[in-house]
Design a protein around this ligand. Structure first.
Ligand code: PLP
Length: 437
């Protein structure tokens, strides 16, 4: 683990934010021994761990070919390590390599006092952060609409959602401040955490402006809460300027950044990384010890080899290439939506991510239309209510992904969606206006 504890350590006492559950977690001695064995010198003979002998595994070599024509081979000791248990924080060479990547990508203030932990994807990262900070019945600030992966994690704890609507620049800082002022005046419990997906909000595709990010960060400092920045679309922006991350603005140590490789390298690798003040990483590590032991080693080694072989610049080239790929698709779906759905829907052009968020002003709720009749019409999209904290409330929106369908399929899908909506409108108009029975 990276050493922290320098004199310029963050002034925040992080125990005030942690749930009772998180504070009650204890280390697993076996996991601590694995960590010790990993960092001990070669002269130490370890009989302490529960590791099997990798010589008995059936794999002898793995070659990974990349689409740039290069490849890398895993064999011998490196393959052995890739197939073994590792410390819960992650594969040490990956942690070291990604530390350098993160520093270059975000230039975070007070970098020495931040740590990282590898998790099994962004969802796992968010889930661990949420569980460490939001206790039963406690308030949490989130944007509205919201990535449902968050709702499913904390809804069982029956938290109080402080939902802040967004406009084209993301979550409204004015509404946020107003809601917090009202809470103070009413003597209500104040939130410890804000969850935000500021670049390419899933589902709306908004990118929060820098001005808005600065306003929201200032509010976080004033009202003393932490920011969970779930940023899987960070490199998938279509704006002229690259969005600044909350991590890059974080002078006080309030940002917990969750990176995911799912949208840019592979979702099946199941690797994400949490970057946060060192004191907080320790609590996520304890949770990791009790859930996965560690994120998949083979995936971590593949990611490490890729980072080593490409370095920062080639990684950025890759991100540039996929930005262009998705931007062309975004432009195409927007054009097709205008062509086929023009008079039926309203939408903003998404500024990042993989989704187009359509509103159907003449339909109160799109759920039944999509879930019951979509397949019959040969098109499947996501109903807007799925992105509301209370999915039983009516919502007239639709989320359409432009990531995978071919252009031909996209065209057909928009045509079919138009026919589905027209049918629904016809059906609704046939209903009697008043039911006198
Ligand atoms: C906003 C957001 N957060 C997290 C995730 C989960 O990503 P991962 O595959 O890294 O778990 C997704 C996936 O769609 C997402 O859109």
């Amino acid at each position: 683990m990276h050493k922290f504890g320098r004199k310029d350590m963050f002034k925040i006492d992080y125990t005030q934010f942690r749930t009772h559950l998180s504070k009650r977690r204890r280390t697993a001695a076996t996991r601590e021994l694995t960590k010790m064995a990993y960092s001990a010198s070669n002269s130490v003979i370890s009989l302490a761990e529960g590791m099997p002998n990798e010589e008995m595994f059936p794999f002898t070599e793995m070659t990974i070919k990349l689409n740039d024509g290069t490849d890398f081979v895993l064999e011998g000791e490196e393959l052995g390590a890739a197939l073994q248990y590792i410390p819960s924080q992650g594969y040490p060479p990956l942690l070291q390599a990604f530390r350098e990547f993160q520093r270059k990508a975000h230039m975070p203030p007070n970098w020495e006092n931040r740590e990282m932990i590898v998790v099994a994807g962004g969802q796992d990262g968010c889930s661990k952060v949420l569980e460490a900070i939001v206790g039963p019945g406690e308030p949490i600030i989130t944007q509205n609409p919201l990535y449902p992966g968050v709702t499913v994690v904390i809804a069982p704890h029956e938290p109080e959602f402080i939902l802040i609507d967004e406009d084209e620049e993301g979550m409204s800082a004015i509404n946020l401040r107003q809601r917090l002022e009202e809470r103070v005046a009413a003597g209500l419990t104040m939130p410890k955490l804000m969850y935000i997906n500021p670049t390419g909000n899933n589902p709306t595709g908004t990118v929060m402006s820098l001005e808005r990010r600065l306003d929201i960060y200032k509010i976080a400092c004033e009202y003393n809460f932490l920011i969970l920045d779930d940023d899987p679309y960070h490199f998938l922006y279509f704006t002229d300027e690259a969005p600044r991350s909350f991590l890059s603005l974080d002078t006080e140590g309030r940002v917990i950044r969750v990176d995911s490789f799912s949208k840019v390298l592979s979702s099946g690798l199941r690797v994400g990384i949490i970057t946060a003040p060192a004191q907080l990483i320790q609590s996520f590590e304890l949770h990791m010890q009790s859930s996965h032991l560690h994120a998949p080693t083979l995936s971590q080694v593949i990611l490490y080899k890729l980072l080593k072989s490409w370095g920062y610049d080639k990684m950025m080239d890759h991100y540039r290439k996929i930005r262009k790929f998705y931007k062309d698709r975004r432009d195409t779906i927007v054009q097709l939506a205008r062509e086929h759905l023009g008079d039926l829907v309203e939408f903003n052009v998404p500024s990042a991510g993989l989704f187009l968020w359509l509103r159907v002003p003449e339909i109160k709720d799109t759920w039944k239309m999509i879930m019951h009749r979509g397949v019959v019409h040969g098109v499947l999209v996501a109903p807007g209510a799925a992105f509301m904290v209370d999915a039983t409330q009516p919502c007239n929106a639709i989320r359409a992904s432009f990531a995978r369908a071919s252009y031909k399929e996209m065209n057909l899908a928009m045509e079919r969606l138009a026919s589905l909506i027209r049918d629904e409108l016809k059906k609704n108009r046939k209903l009697p206006l008043h039911n006198n029975t």
